[in-house]
Design a protein around this ligand. Structure first.
Ligand code: PEP
Length: 247
């Protein structure tokens, strides 16, 4: 089984207006020829415009969340089918801001992952421990438990990624040490092999949490790190490209 193709995905969160599409254009120009896949996950309302803009430019467009149903009476929600229809090819699911702010359990994330598969989207499923859990020595137990609970068996043979994002590292400027990142990524890999056999070896395991141009090279070259999920530093083309070029 070949090594996973690295993926760097920018999560714009609730940031960006139509004027920010210029930033996406600059990212696409600067990312030409990089050694991996690059994606931008804008606010859902920009998905269509960004997909049109980036058509053929080599940068993928993704969603930041999707409902577990395809259609229905869920006011304000967006389904994976809708994201795919608007041109997305990936979707972030189970981000800690969704798990914490919207009470998303592993079970909900697994249902959303199935919806992404039905829509033909590649899910990026996020997992990560809180600071209390790390301090209590429970990081590996929590993260591998989330991997088992959030990834349905139907992912077997399908393209998907896991993003390890320690909650305490998101938007804080703090990052685990490289050996700490490697320890968790190795545990995630072992779990993926257990769940999916050989296919588990081909799944990129992204690191996320305060990745920036100055630490990207070390993080991206750590054992079992197959790319990055980038929040704050994906909003400015120069910063995001500084990370992408560290691949
Ligand atoms: C994220 O929210 O997925 C993230 C990694 O954020 P930041 O890079 O800002 O820490």
């Amino acid at each position: 089984m070949s090594a996973p193709t690295p993926l760097i995905a920018g999560n714009w969160k609730m940031n960006g207006l139509s004027a920010s599409l210029d930033e996406a254009r600059t990212i696409a120009e600067g990312a030409k020829g990089v050694a991996g896949r690059v994606a931008i996950c804008p606010p859902a309302i920009l998905t269509y415009q960004m997909s049109q803009l980036l058509k053929g430019a080599g940068v993928l467009v993704g969603g930041q969340d999707a409902h577990w149903e395809d259609f229905g009476a869920f006011t304000g929600d967006i389904s994976a089918q809708m994201l795919a229809d608007a041109g997305a090819s990936l979707v972030i699911l189970g981000h800690s801001e969704r798990r914490a702010g919207y009470h998303e359990t592993d079970e909900v994330v697994a249902k959303k992952t199935l919806a992404a598969l039905r829509a033909g989207l590649e899910p990026i499923v996020c997992v990560g421990e809180s600071l209390e859990e790390r301090k209590a020595g429970r990081a590996l137990e929590v993260v591998t438990g989330q991997v088992r609970g959030s990834l349905p068996a139907e992912l077997a043979g399908k393209p998907f990624a896991v993003a390890y994002e320690p909650v305490w590292a998101i938007g804080t400027g703090l990052t685990p040490s490289t050996p700490e990142i490697e320890e968790v990524h190795r545990a995630v890999r072992t779990t993926l092999l257990d769940l999916f056999g050989d296919h588990g070896a081909a799944v990129p395991i992204l690191y996320g949490g305060s990745v920036k141009p100055s630490n990207a090279e070390e993080i991206l070259h750590a054992a079992e790190v197959g790319g990055a999920l980038v929040g704050g530093a994906s909003l400015k083309a120069a910063d995001f490209l500084g990370i992408v070029k560290a691949l």
